[in-house]
Write a protein that binds this ligand. Structure first.
Ligand code: FAD
Length: 317
């Protein structure tokens, strides 16, 4: 029997469990140097978190490790290798963070922190923000391995129609300083999320009406968009460990078992860097130089850093 990567299942050096972005990107890097099989239990790949994500890329979201991983992923996503795909992976969109009066302190903190990673981040005037996103209101005011403590958290998303007569294609992703919601253009519609993070069992996640209503309320308070109808709604799980950084490395107890998990809400944008980390840690035991240059060390990602986890913690934060 042949795998998609050409190796016979009996002979493959590496078996990857799961055909989401983590498994697929690791398979891409590892297949260049080993025989690999990719095992997916659903009838098609990217059925779960990956296929439900906003697939947005920003170097300005997540903890320090995530931001460095995103910086290290950028060049691959901007210019993938010849023949990798027949369309661009990224579309320059930008990101605009807005704040209510009570979030202004947080906005200042976030601006300062963001500039440590992306010095070009700058303030825009209310007029400039409105020129980019004319619907904004009150801009200035406004395997038998020990568990690693993964907590899936549900995130809801839905589509609403674009406001009549407005071209939304060039809008940036807009979020707020309190991380209470965000929206962005998505294939002619507006993708909205209430940025919920409700702990969940590992499951085929579905949206809860309350979370959708919260998202509609936050969108309507911050913009002039009048939501008449939800066109499509869904939810996916973002799985985190305690420190919200991904877990990448061999398990200390289970020989040959390698973790690539806990990407939380950042698994798409960090996938090139994490896949290369996976490849090099398996082959050489070292992280790629590009990650070391970002100040990321193997211990920042290693499963051992998490410490012992109770079964209770594995289920709830
Ligand atoms: C609403 C939402 C918005 C998001 N927005 C962004 C964003 O803008 N940018 C970003 O970078 N990230 C975003 N994310 C996060 C991102 O989607 C995840 O970090 C990423 O998809 C995780 O990838 P994964 O491969 O680990 O998981 P999954 O995509 O869930 O893949 C895991 C796969 O493993 C399979 N599987 C499980 N158990 C087995 C088994 N025993 N045998 C075989 N197969 C198995 C499952 O069927 C599944 O296909 C978002 C997530 C959500 C829900």
């Amino acid at each position: 029997m042949k795998s998609p990567f050409g190796a016979s299942i009996q002979e493959a050096d590496i078996a990857i469990i799961g055909g989401g972005i983590a498994g697929a990107s690791a398979a891409y890097e590892l297949a260049a140097v080993s025989s690999v099989i990719l095992l997916e239990r659903e009838s098609h790949c990217d059925c779960h978190s990956t296929g439900r994500s906003a697939a947005s890329f920003t170097e300005n979201y997540g903890n320090g490790i995530i931001r460095r991983l995103a910086i290290a992923s950028r060049s691959f996503l901007e210019a993938p290798p010849e023949g990798f795909c027949d369309h661009p992976l990224m579309l320059a969109r930008g990101m605009l963070t807005i704040a209510r009066q009570d979030q202004l302190g947080r906005l200042e903190e976030e601006l300062e922190r963001a500039r440590q990673f992306v010095p070009s981040i700058h303030r825009v005037s209310p007029g400039e923000a409105l020129a980019r996103v004319p619907v904004l209101r009150r801009i200035a005011a406004l395997a038998k391995v020990a568990p690693i403590g993964l907590v899936p958290k549900r995130r809801t998303a839905f589509h609403v129609a674009a406001p009549d007569g407005l071209s939304i294609a060039g809008w940036p992703l807009v979020n707020d300083a309190g991380e209470e919601f965000y929206f962005k253009p998505d294939a002619g519609r507006i993708f909205v999320s209430p940025a919920d993070a409700t702990p969940s069992e590992p499951t085929d996640a579905y949206p809860v009406d309350f979370d959708v209503a919260v998202g509609v309320d936050r969108l309507q308070r911050a913009t002039t968009i009048d939501v008449r109808r939800i066109e499509h709604q869904w939810a996916g799980l973002r799985s985190f460990v305690r420190d919200a950084s991904p877990v990448v490395g061999f398990d200390a107890e289970a020989e040959g078992f390698f973790w690539l998990a806990g990407q939380g809400g950042y698994g798409i944008k960090t996938s090139p860097a994490l896949a290369r980390a996976c490849r090099d840690l398996i082959r050489t035991g070292r992280l790629p130089d590009e990650l070391l240059r970002q100040g990321i060390e193997a211990g920042d990602l290693a499963p051992g850093r998490i410490g012992a986890t109770s079964a209770q913690e594995e289920k709830a934060p």
